[in-house]
Design a protein around this ligand. Structure first.
Ligand code: NDP
Ligand code: MG
Length: 382
């Protein structure tokens, strides 16, 4: 039986992971989130983990009182989240925390030798070298949950030792603003940006999909997961989100992975790898789908993809800087304090202040996070 430590349990990926666990009868050893007391209490009562944590101290105290009738150990703060990922008895730690808060828990779980199922892409972008070096040292596997990376991972199964991999082709839905001009983007609202055509996700990633920063993050994520140079990673807009990504080998053979847009499949595969079992994913009916379409991304109207491509090409702390600046700009947009088109401008302006260094430490990544948030707010005058 699989045993799972689940970080970010109250979110979109967290809830879908619990769907998979429910359907397959997996044991949940720990649950962690930020402050959603009502939902985590229900999850604790259903899954009876040994540990639970809320990063927010007040919410954690409330939770502790509410579940005093159960043997669960309730922890608080980021330290508590880390204990849930590293010390709880799961063999696999699924990290679906949103944003930079997930970095330390990922590193701690790798250090403890847990297999990592990673949805929390921001932290691989910001601390890619730290995470992958430690994983190599500890001989720990990092299995992708992100649908594109799960697709690439699946396309690479059975590849020759030298991989013979020439190119990765990431598919992108194009988000709600596909086909819009720069002028039209100036008028879009938060409600418009939250209407993703194919996926129902947390708010932060939904806005990242609208700006296409999400695809930039995924490009950097692919660099680290598959040891691929950024210039060998292409992006193709594929509106139907049926092909989840493709790989091209040296002989120009291209392999793709297809399925309906349902995150429960990549979540389940990260947990059961290398085995496969029945899943909630609907069978693919190509007659029903009929047509699949492909377009070149509009890099000029959606500059966030190139911001990320340039950041990983330059390396050092720049990927962390653009990620952290985006986290803050994304938040300010959701709070109604800046407009949609301010997001890439703020990321560019703030990341110019990033410290120039090649081999960074965790401390430097965390300092970059603080600096970028300050700079974004300062430049936006909020
Ligand atoms: P949600 O916003 O739905 O959920 C985020 C989760 O993280 C919640 O459980 C939240 O707790 C928790 N959280 C936030 N801050 C902290 C913290 N400091 N400590 C502990 N837990 C915290 O996000 P999603 O599920 O949509 O996304 C999660 C991650 O997965 C992101 O990195 C995203 O990019 C990635 N991803 C998501 C996909 C999707 O389909 N949703 C697809 C591919 C990748 P609380 O509810 O208490 O605030
Ligand atoms: Mg994705």
């Amino acid at each position: 039986m699989k045993r799972i430590n689940l970080l970010g349990s109250t979110g979109s990926i967290g809830e879908q992971t619990l769907d998979v666990a429910r359907a397959r009868g997996y044991r949940i050893e720990s649950l962690a989130a930020f402050s959603n007391v009502d939902l985590i209490e229900r999850q604790i009562r259903e899954f009876k983990p040994e540990y639970a944590a809320l990063a927010d101290e007040k919410a954690a105290a409330d939770l502790k009182a509410r579940v005093a009738d159960l043997p669960v150990k309730v922890l608080s703060g980021l330290e508590g989240v880390s204990v849930c990922g590293a010390e709880a008895k799961g063999d696999i730690t699924l990290n679906s925390v949103v944003g930079m808060a997930g970095l330390k828990p990922t590193l701690d779980a790798v250090n403890a030798g847990k297999t990592i199922a990673l949805a929390n892409k921001e932290t691989l972008v910001a601390g890619g070298k730290l995470v992958t070096d430690l994983a190599e040292k500890k001989k720990v596997k990092i299995l992708p949950v992100d649908s594109e990376h799960s697709a690439i991972f699946q396309c690479l199964l059975g590849a020759p030792e030298n991989k013979a991999l020439k190119r990765i082709i990431l598919t992108a839905s194009g988000g709600p603003f596909f086909g819009k001009t720069k002028e039209e983007l100036k008028k879009v609202t938060l409600a418009d940006a939250l209407k993703h055509p194919n996926w129902s996700m947390g708010q932060k990633i939904t806005i990242d999909s609208a700006t296409m920063f999400n695809k930039g993050l995924e490009l950097i994520e692919a660099v680290w997961l598959f040891d691929m140079a950024p210039e060998n990673i292409d992006i193709v807009v594929h509106r139907e989100s049926i092909i989840h990504s493709l790989v091209e080998y040296t002989d120009n053979s291209v392999i793709a992975q297809l399925g309906h847009p349902d995150m429960r499949l990549p979540i389940q595969f990260a947990i059961t790898y290398p085995e496969r079992f029945e899943s909630p994913e609907r069978q693919l009916d190509l007659w029903e789908i009929g047509t699949l379409t492909f377009y070149k991304p509009d890099y000029e109207t959606f500059p966030c993809m190139d911001i990320c491509r340039n950041a990983i090409a330059k390396g050092g702390l720049l990927p962390a800087a653009v990620n952290c600046a985006n986290e803050e700009a994304n938040l300010l947009f959701r709070q109604g304090k800046i407009s949609f088109c301010d997001i890439p401008e703020l990321i560019n302006a703030a990341s110019a202040y990033a410290k120039d260094c090649e081999n960074y430490t965790l401390q430097e990544v965390l300092e970059t996070d603080v600096l970028m948030r300050e700079k974004v707010r300062e430049i936006a005058s909020v």
